[in-house]
Design a protein around this ligand. Structure first.
Ligand SMILES: Nc1ncnc2c1ncn2[C@@H]1O[C@H](COP(=O)(O)OP(=O)(O)O)[C@@H](O)[C@H]1O
Ligand SMILES: [Mg+2]
Length: 423
């Protein structure tokens, strides 16, 4: 099969690495890709916003499957355009991608299908949202409705904080994403991510993960795109996985199909495991970054077969096998991230990765043969082990050998899970 992968992050490097292991793969193209992805794929220059150009490339090259990594092209309808042109694509339609593109859309679906989630209201003006917050009190959560690059949510511990967040949204801090606001009840518990494929009718559970969003050790400091992750999530016991499938995923698949926009692609469910059980915080409609990296380390099955089955409504004919090992990834970022940081700083030759180890590229480029950092999050140093502690030790041993003066990483990825193992 000839495959086109859209994207350029650590997530796409992990997908490319795994797709390249498939005996069914003949050629892998990636656009725009990065130097890590280039080890497994032929890089091409396609503008994902120019959907006609993507279609033309797929026709010219007889592409058998397009895999869309990030959410923006999905929300913009790239999968619809490809399907309309007869190209097989892994990823939801724009209508189905509203599950990620609009928090209010997802909350309404939860309400209609009895999916456990925090009580909420949607608002299109500040005065009514504020009156609601005053009535409900804190802690309370204020969310810009649309895509806000992970910055649109305020978990407000005081009413004042929530009121400020409401003003920020309606004053345009998140552009059109904040034109509508969701205010929802604060959920108390441990967070986990759950990944599941869907072809519109059938669900195939993948695996679980937990990530670290804050930039600093001990989960302090500003939010980032993610500083590290591990899989599986210890809090996601087989019972919790079963409940998540029954109470959250299955009604979502039914609800989306009933509403006229069957969901095909990957569900990335953000969950809060509360005293009552799993509750939905949000859906993303693509793999997580860096969660994808740890998932791919543990996947024993053929990724191409799984994604192709999701894209062709044949998920009931495949199954996914996972290693019992833990995988853990440490994100190396440019000093200053998530604030301003220098671009183009040199990275020395990467250390060789041993068995069960892999360094994925995110924001890197090759300039005259020299590897340089071009983004905030730059490398994902990943390792496996029979425990979180073991995977953590291996990942940090490898990270210590990376020669990048302007880089930094957290020193405690996986700390809660390690503490749990030691109890
Ligand atoms: N109802 C809630 N109760 C407690 N914490 C929440 C709630 N909703 C969101 N959060 C916290 O805020 C983070 C971001 O919210 P989320 O809905 O995932 O938005 P996004 O990922 O789009 O920024 C979550 O990972 C979680 O830590
Ligand atoms: Mg989230």
């Amino acid at each position: 099969m000839k495959v086109l992968l859209i994207g350029s992050g650590g997530r796409e490097h992990a997908l490319a690495w795994k797709l390249a292991q498939s005996p069914r793969l003949t050629t892998l193209f990636a656009s725009p890709g990065n130097p890590g992805i280039a080890e497994h794929a032929q890089l091409i220059e396609l503008d994902a916003e120019d959907q006609a150009a993507v279609v033309a490339f797929c026709r010219d090259e007889s592409i058998d499957l397009v895999v869309v990594g990030p959410e923006a092209p999905l929300v913009a309808g790239l999968a619809d355009t490809l399907r309309a042109a007869g190209v097989t694509v892994f990823g939801p339609s724009a209508a189905a991608a509203q599950l990620e593109g609009s928090k209010g859309f997802t909350k309404d679906l939860c309400a209609r299908y009895d999916i456990p989630t925090g009580a909420y209201r949607r608002f299109s003006n500040a005065a009514e949202a504020k009156a609601y917050v005053e009535r409900e009190g804190a802690p309370i959560v204020v969310k810009a409705d649309g895509l806000a690059a992970g910055k649109g949510v305020t978990v407000a511990m005081t009413v004042h904080e929530a009121l400020v967040a409401i003003d920020d949204c309606f004053d345009g801090a998140f552009g059109s994403a904040g034109a509508e606001v969701v205010v929802e009840a604060f959920l108390d518990g441990e967070e986990a991510s759950f990944f599941c494929l869907s072809d519109g009718r059938t669900a195939l559970a993948l695996a679980t993960a937990q990530d670290h969003k804050r930039v600093g050790d001990g989960d302090t400091g500003p939010n980032t795109g993610g500083m590290g992750a591990y899989s599986p999530a210890p809090v996601m016991t087989p019972e919790m996985v079963e409940r998540t499938m029954k109470e959250i995923i299955e009604p979502t698949i039914r609800g989306m199909a009933d509403s006229g926009y069957p969901f095909s692609g990957v569900f990335f469910a953000g969950l809060m495991i509360t005293a009552k059980g799993p509750e939905l915080i949000e859906y993303n409609v693509r793999f997580g970054d860096p969660e994808c990296q740890v998932l791919m380390m543990r996947l024993k099955s053929d990724l191409l077969e799984l994604l192709h089955a999701a894209a062709t409504a044949t998920l009931d004919q495949v199954s996914a096998e996972w290693s019992d090992d833990v995988a853990l990834t440490v994100v190396m970022a440019a000093k200053g991230y998530p604030g301003t940081y220098e671009k183009g700083t040199p990275i020395g030759t990467l250390p060789p990765a041993g068995d069960g180890e892999k360094i994925f590229h995110a924001g890197t480029a090759l300039r005259d043969g020299q590897l340089v950092a071009t983004g905030g999050r730059v490398l994902n140093v990943t390792a496996t082990g029979s425990s979180v502690a073991e995977a953590q030790a291996s990942a940090y041993r490898l990270a210590a050998k990376v020669d990048w003066e302007n880089g930094f990483c957290r020193s405690d990825i996986g700390w809660q899970a390690v503490a749990r193992e030691q109890r």
